[in-house]
Ligand binder design. Structure first.
Ligand code: NI
Length: 259
């Protein structure tokens, strides 16, 4: 990897307990591993607070605050008010990750949908982008986002797992399509097709670490420096230099968040 190349990892969970033993050391190694900045996503109240704390501690870490569909059964108006307060911090760039997860169904679907809508409305109220988690819920995600659509809505479909046709619909709503580790998996035909068909000007890259480790490190703990493998795969599929993927996804990220 060239030393002057710089990547932005648009979705990380560096507050995860799997980093407890070496978090500081790992974070300090990121700059020399060509990571310019990362966006640490919250998934509930505790991880949103942790996310903001990390962002306050390190200049190249930014935060998102919000409740993942898994934990929406614990949501209430007080939690929403805390997210609203946390979002006033200058290092908080977005509401997220929010959405629907019909694979695990950890919270019942009506509860997931209610809080997905409420948090989209919070993003609207705050004029902030929002970050969407969609697992096996593509149709409802798109329908709710259309119903809640407003002027200036924008954000990220994180670790995108749906089709090219759906990606085009989300882009029309003002969203970027973020690709992660699965694009490197041999059997992942659809993410590879998305990488091929969707213009680089609509794409972001991410690790979702510690989850979804790209090939050839599958099974090991993921970390932001491995985002280069996601970029390499997109470059290979598009038949362009990896520098171009790094450069354009960096431009896209900074444009979305006004950085
Ligand atoms: Ni995530």
């Amino acid at each position: 990897m060239e030393n002057n190349i710089k990547f932005i990892d648009s979705h990380v969970h560096l507050d995860d307990e799997r980093f407890d033993d070496d978090r500081e050391q790992l974070i300090k190694s990121l700059k020399e591993n060509n990571i310019e900045l990362v966006l640490n996503a919250g998934a509930d109240l505790k991880t949103s607070i942790n996310s903001v704390e990390l962002a306050e501690k390190y200049d190249f870490i930014y935060a998102a605050v919000g409740c993942h569909p898994h934990d929406t059964k614990y949501m209430n108006d007080d939690t929403m008010n805390i997210f609203r307060d946390l979002s006033k911090n200058k290092k908080v760039l977005a509401i997220g990750e929010i959405g629907l997860d019909y694979y695990y169904d950890n919270s019942d679907r009506e509860t997931q949908k209610k809080w997905f809508r409420e948090q989209i409305r919070l993003a609207k109220e705050l004029d902030m982008p929002y970050i969407v988690h969609d697992r096996d819920a593509h149709e409802d995600i798109l329908r709710i986002m259309k119903e809640e659509h407003y002027d200036g809505s924008r954000g990220i479909l994180h670790c995108f797992s749906s089709s090219v046709e759906m990606a085009i619909e989300f882009i029309k709503l003002g969203f970027y399509i973020s690709l992660g580790g699965p694009v490197t998996f041999k059997k992942a035909k659809i993410p590879k097709l998305v990488a091929k068909e969707i213009p680089l000007s609509n794409l972001l890259i991410e690790t979702d670490c510690p989850y979804l480790t790209p090939e050839p490190f599958r099974g090991k703990r993921n970390n932001p420096s491995l985002v280069s493998y996601v970029a390499e795969e997109i470059a290979l599929i598009k038949d362009i230099p990896v520098e171009k993927v790094a450069e354009q996804t960096t431009i896209n990220f900074k444009k979305l968040f006004n950085l």
